[in-house]
Write a protein that binds this ligand. Structure first.
Ligand code: SF4
Ligand code: SF4
Length: 351
């Protein structure tokens, strides 16, 4: 999903991944020319040596949806996918659409077009839980990182349903950790913030794989060096992660948002918990740049990053009695808007 502008770089990145022992490639119909580039490249490899995943966005119409799957197979120049995911069951409307698509999806699977069905999501925790509990899927792609553990209950449910669990781009979506702030680097010594993030996920036996999302070959160095380190977190790693929590607590004081989501719904549809999570990171770890990157997607990325920005707050006060930590939510939203606003951006792809 990243670094698609340069075909040579794309090929070099995938070749390095395969040479380094990575055997699962994940793409999507919506990732620009990714499927086309991969189709050309993977012809040189033994198909059965590679687990190939692609994703197609849900539609209301089953013929159109299956055309999307067929197009992905054609672009990838393969006759089957190991894993096929519904790209973004982000709203209950998408989930309703799926109810019409089941017969066509099951037929495609019986025809051998894919082996395992899964879904990726940017939806709310209750929606993710509902989709997981349906028992219709063999795997799920989730946003779950040390810096964002809101979906932890979904990890537990998916594991309970014996599903494969893919984590989406821990380096980028997990906090732009290819370029960590100095504060974060210092707090994570002797490890790197990215290395610790990978270890947090790799040491969790419930998690099947990480979708690394490298844009250039060098971004594979760290994950390749850690890929076999699945052992439980060492005492030192646990201590440093605890120190990060302590530092955050101290830096934020009584303004810390605890990510309980009890303040919702906001009549202005402000994404209060996510905005305050970005504030937590900006204040505690100087992750201003990451905060801006995500904050500026609000109101610009539709259901991929739902909710309104903090400056939409009308001070109606509805959320205040619901916050168990008595946060001055309107003030904190305005403060976050000042810190993280900037030029709005629409991204090529919003995962
Ligand atoms: S006070 Fe602001 S954030 Fe809270 S519910 Fe009202 S509009 Fe939403
Ligand atoms: S209720 Fe309070 S602590 Fe919980 S997510 Fe909302 S603002 Fe944060």
């Amino acid at each position: 999903m990243r670094g698609l502008g340069n075909r040579q770089q794309f090929v070099a990145t995938v070749e390095k991944a395969l040479a380094g022992g990575i055997n699962h490639i994940e793409t999507a119909a919506a990732y620009g020319e990714s499927e086309v580039y991969l189709g050309e490249l993977l012809k040189e490899y033994n198909r059965s040596d590679i687990y190939l995943t692609s994703k197609v966005c849900p539609t209301e119409n089953s013929a159109q949806f299956i055309q999307g799957l067929d197009r992905s197979l054609q672009r990838l120049q393969v006759d089957y996918l190991d894993c096929f995911a519904i790209h973004g069951i982000n709203t209950s409307e998408h989930w309703q659409w799926l109810q019409q698509l089941w017969p066509a999806i099951e037929r495609a699977q019986q025809q051998g077009k894919f082996k395992h069905l899964g879904f990726s999501t940017h939806g709310s925790l209750p929606l993710v839980q509902e989709v997981v509990a349906s028992g219709k899927f063999a795997f799920v792609n989730l946003h779950y990182y040390w810096f964002n553990q809101h979906l932890a209950p979904a990890i537990a449910s998916a594991y309970g349903h014996d599903m494969g669990i893919f984590i989406i781009s821990p380096a980028d979506k997990g906090g732009q950790l290819y370029t960590p702030t100095v504060t974060l680097q210092n707090l994570c010594q002797p490890f790197t913030p990215l290395g610790l993030t990978y270890r947090f996920l790799l040491s969790d036996a419930r998690i099947t794989t990480l979708s690394l999302g490298p844009a250039i070959p060098q971004e594979l160095n760290e994950p390749l060096s850690l890929g076999d380190h699945l052992e439980p977190l060492s005492e030192q790693e646990q201590r440093i992660l605890q120190n990060l929590l302590d530092h955050q607590k101290q830096a934020l004081g009584t303004d810390a948002c605890h990510q309980c989501y009890q303040c919702l719904p906001c009549p202005e549809e402000i994404n209060i918990p996510e905005i305050l999570r970005l504030r937590n990171l900006a204040v505690a770890f100087d992750m201003q740049s990451f905060g801006q990157y995500r904050y500026q997607m609000l109101e610009n990325a539709g259901h991929w990053f739902p909710g309104k920005k903090g400056d939409r707050c009308t001070d109606c006060g509805d959320c205040l009695p619901r916050c168990p930590h008595n946060l001055a939510i309107p003030e904190l939203l305005r403060d976050t808007h000042q810190r993280l606003r900037g030029k709005s951006r629409r991204r090529l792809w919003q995962d």
